[in-house]
Design a protein around this ligand. Structure first.
Ligand SMILES: [Zn+2]
Length: 121
């Protein structure tokens, strides 16, 4: 259901020192984001899409980030031609921007850092 937000009310609230925060699901539970008045409508419509866009990503990438518990996946193909299902070393619950950079990297089998090396970074 589309929602008509009263912009004047929102601006008056902001001017009075009221701030808006929204919560978005994340691998560790949730992230709290500060929202500007112009963020409210898109956030209410689709907060996952809003969060993905804010990070310069697609909603599907956001969903993959949550689904993988924030652990990047190896982007190499196995000798059988299927995608390697190993994870990139470094642990789960990485921030979305880190996950975006490291997803599609390489696991230790395919030339990536071992867990031990990754932890030194
Ligand atoms: Zn791999």
């Amino acid at each position: 259901m589309p929602m008509n937000l009263d912009k004047k009310t929102i601006e008056a609230m902001k001017a009075a020192g009221i701030s808006f925060v929204g919560s978005v699901p994340a691998p560790w539970g949730g992230i709290t984001e500060t929202l500007e008045p112009e963020d409210l409508a898109p956030f209410i419509k689709d907060r996952e899409e809003w969060f993905a866009r804010k990070n310069g990503a697609f909603k599907q990438q956001y969903l993959d980030w949550v689904a993988t518990s924030g652990e990047p996946r190896c982007g190499a193909n196995t000798s059988k031609g299927t995608r390697c299902k190993n994870s990139v070393s470094g642990g789960i619950q990485r921030y979305f921007e880190v996950w975006l950079q490291e997803d599609g990297g390489f696991c230790h089998v395919h030339g990536g850092a071992t867990s031990k090396d990754a932890r030194k970074r």
